[in-house]
Design a protein around this ligand. Structure first.
Ligand code: CO
Length: 254
């Protein structure tokens, strides 16, 4: 069942989205050569306390950390370990969610440590652009897979591939609600978009094959061919005035 949100709930989700984006921005600002993913996880934990929000991923199906940090061939759900030390040229994808008063938000961004090579910059840019292509279709009168198709088309026309094994999702009083939102699909198909739907749109884009493998830790998804991957995510409300990005922060990811 798709749960529609009223204006009051959308306002709360926007406030929460802004808190999560500010925490994630601070995390990103601290990523540089020699810093470890664990350092960032610890920082995120104290920022969540300071902002009186709960780290939504911690304990979710047993996930052991505050944030997911996935580097290079890691697609999503990377665990921020001490030995994961950032180097120049790494693609770092950070995925972060918080909960407050029973409401959830979820966002992701990929960055390159220092100066990246042209191919990696293109991968990150195309992934970000594909998120915005999808958001543009999150409007009344469209259907769900219009979003999926817009993402897929932009990614594939640039020579990259869209991960099949993970999808976007509804969000609100749970981290994951219906509907599931694949990053590939046929335009004009899927459920009709309705006022009050809130969707976490999250393209995961691989430089090579879309196939992934889960590592022995039971969480980290890596590309099957070892090539790099990027991930961006926003929560978006469908309103009569068009898509409203609930996790946007000026000067960071907007
Ligand atoms: Co998500």
């Amino acid at each position: 069942m798709v749960i529609l949100k009223n204006d009051e709930e959308i306002k709360r989700l926007r406030e929460l989205g802004l808190i999560a984006a500010n925490i994630l921005k601070e995390a990103v600002d601290n990523i540089k050569e020699g810093v470890s993913a664990k350092d960032i996880d610890v920082m995120v934990g104290s920022l969540a306390n300071k902002n009186k929000v709960r780290n939504a991923f911690k304990g979710y199906r047993g996930y052991p950390a505050n944030i997911c940090i996935s580097v290079n061939d890691e697609v999503v759900h990377g665990i921020p370990e001490e030995k994961k030390v950032f180097k120049k040229g790494d693609i770092v994808s950070l995925d972060y969610g918080v909960e407050k008063d029973g409401y959830y938000t979820d966002l992701a961004i990929s960055i390159i440590v220092g100066e990246g090579n042209e191919e990696d910059k293109k991968l990150v840019n195309v992934t970000r652009e594909s998120l915005y292509r999808g958001i543009e279709k999150a409007r009344l009168g469209n259907r769900l897979y219009d979003i999926s198709y817009a993402i897929q088309r932009h990614v594939e026309s640039n020579g990259f591939s869209v991960v099949r094994a993970f999808v976007g999702h509804g969000i609100g009083k749970s981290l994951h609600e219906e509907p599931q939102l694949p990053n590939f699909g046929n335009p004009g198909c899927g459920i009709k978009l309705k006022e009050g739907m809130v969707l976490a749109i999250e393209p995961m884009v691989n430089a090579g094959t879309y196939d992934i493998i889960i590592k022995e830790d039971g969480w980290t998804a890596v590309t099957a061919d070892g090539k790099k991957s990027a991930h961006f995510e926003h929560c978006v409300a469908i309103t009569k005035n068009g898509p409203v990005i609930l996790t946007a922060l000026e000067g960071f990811n907007a």
